[in-house]
Design a protein around this ligand. Structure first.
Ligand code: IMP
Length: 180
């Protein structure tokens, strides 16, 4: 597919993201205040920047693990079939687990991952997503905490890519094609 020209318009500034993560960190610290065994599970690759900032707000004993599920491939279309490309390194049975997702879009990924991890019998499983696009939902699921609700726009930055690019932008931007 030839690359279409596009520009990126800021949707959420780096400052707003930082302020929101501070608030989310407080909520999560409260939720897991009495745990000595929290495992924070980042869904690769889109959550890697978010999880890095989020865990630094958690004044708790945390372990970090990662899981990679297939979703968009290199395009803009979601796939309904979710496959696990990289599993967790450690066991989660009897542990408190926080799953960290970049965006909940159709909801297939979070639903699949939640079901899989629950089958491993964690003591507690909670979910957090930086972004939520409720208008795109096809599966009835909602993360326990959400950073920002956004409209049906294709977004990039702060870990989130378009065809593997733009993950290194410090803000969330929306893709606008200039040949339309
Ligand atoms: P879902 O299974 O449809 O909820 O898709 C979730 C995954 O799709 C997210 O973790 C992202 O990796 C990807 N995704 C959804 N919306 C966007 C977007 O606007 N930009 C880039 N990736 C997206």
């Amino acid at each position: 597919m030839p690359e279409r020209p596009y520009v990126i318009d800021t949707l959420i500034s780096a400052k707003s993201i930082a302020a929101r993560i501070e608030e989310l960190g407080r909520d999560i610290r409260t939720e897991f205040a009495d745990t000595d065994k929290l495992i924070v599970v980042g869904l690769l690759r889109g959550s890697f920047v978010f999880i890095a900032d989020l865990v630094r707000e958690l004044d708790l004993p945390v372990e970090v693990d990662f899981l990679e599920a297939s979703s968009y491939g290199d395009g803009m279309e979601t796939s309904r079939e979710v496959r696990i490309l990289k599993d967790l390194r450690g066991a989660i049975e009897g542990r408190d687990v926080l799953v960290v997702e970049d965006i909940v879009d159709t909801g297939f990924t979070l639903a699949h991952v939640t079901r899989l991890l629950l089958s491993r019998k964690p003591a507690k499983l909670r979910t957090i997503a930086l972004l939520d696009k409720p208008s795109r939902r096809e599966v009835d699921i909602r993360a326990d905490w959400i950073g920002f609700e956004i409209p049906d726009e294709f977004v990039v930055g702060y870990g989130i890519d378009f065809a593997q690019r733009n993950r290194n932008l410090p803000f969330i931007g929306k893709v606008r094609f200039t040949d339309a």
